[in-house]
Design a protein around this ligand. Sequence first.
Ligand SMILES: Cc1ncc(COP(=O)(O)O)c(C=O)c1O
Length: 360
Amino acid sequence: MTEEIPLFRKYPKLRNIPWVSTINSPTPIHKMEEISKELNHKEIWVKRDDLTDDIYGGNKPRKYEFVFADILKKNKKRILTQGAIGTNHGLATTVHARKFGLETHLFLVEQKLSQHVRENLLCHHYFGARLNLMKSNFRRKLAIKARLFIDKKAYFVTTGASSPLGTLGFVNAAFELKEQIDAKLIPEPDKLFVTVGSLATCAGLVLGLELAKVRTKVIGIGVTDPIWSSKKNTLDLAIKALELMRTRDSSIPDVSDVIGERLIVDHRYFGGQYGVPTEEAMEAIKIAKKDELKLEYVYTGKTLSGLIDYIRKNKLQKDEIVIFWNSKSSADLTSVIEEVNYQDLPRKFHKFFDSSVEMM
Ligand SMILES: Cc1ncc(COP(=O)(O)O)c(C=O)c1O
C-alpha cells in the first residue's frame, strides 16, 4: 500500500480531493513472452491490475480509493450499490468496504447463470454483503431511492463505481504507467487494449494518458450494450472527471476537445450479449494461460480476443508496442467458495443453485 500516488505527485493541489489507500500499487508490468511468440508480434505487454489486492484485485479497487474516501469523509456507514447477481463490482465493493468498517447492500437483478455467477453469489455472502434480489431495474431504482430516503447513513455507489470520482482512480493509473515508462520498465506503448463495461476504467486511462503526454492510443473493447458503452459516453465521463480536477487545480489543461483522438471503442468482440462467451474469448483465455494469466470470458477474455484479432488481421504494425490491461482479479477464492453453503444465503437466491437450472 502506498501513501502518495502519481496523480498527486503530478498535481499537488489535487491532494485536497479525499483519497484512501486500498490497493497494492504500482501493479507489475511485464512482456508476455509466450503470447508475443504465439502471435508472432514482437512486443505484447501486460499491466497486472489483476494483482491490485490479495483477496480481490482487478480494476474496481482503483476506483474505490477515491469513492470510499468520499464515503468516509461524509461519515456514511452503508454502501448501497447495484449490478447483476454475479457482479464483480459488488463483490469487490463488499471485500474492500469491510476494510473501512463499511457495510455493503447489493441490489441485484438476474442474469444468465454460470458457474462464475454462482461463485460470486457465494462470495458476496461470505464477505458479508446484504443481498436484495430485484425483479427489474425499475424496481431496483425505486428500492434504492427509498432506502436512501430513510437511511441517512447510506451512500449510493453507481454501477461499476463509474462516477467522475471513480474515474480519477484510472487517471492515476495512467500516471502510474507514465512513471513506469520513465523508469524504463516498459517502452512507451503505441496501443493499449482495455475493457469497456461501465466506462470509468477506459475513460480514466484516456484522460490520464493525455494529461501525462504519453503517446499511447487506447482501444477499448466494449463488453456491454454498445448504446451504453459507447465512445461518446466514455468521453463524457472522462470530461466530467477532468472538470472535477480543474475545479481543484485550474492550471490543469482543458484537453476535453482532443482526448477523443486517441480513443477507439470497438464492440465487434462483444458477442451480442453481456456475459455470454464467444469462441474467440475462449481461445484468448487459452492463449493467455501460456503466460500464466487467468482471464474469463465476460470481460478480459473478450478484450484479449480483440487484441489477437487486430494482430492477426494486420491492423497493428509488426513493431508496434502493445499493452493489455488485465482488469480481472486473479486472487484464488476457491477456499471461500468451498466454505459457503448456498442455503445460508437469503431464500430468494436458492433457486440459482438448483441443479436442474440450465447454465452457460
Ligand atoms: C473484470 C472487469 N474488467 C473490466 C471491467 C470494465 O471496467 P469498467 O466498468 O470500468 O468499464 C469490469 C466491469 O465492468 C470488470 O468486472
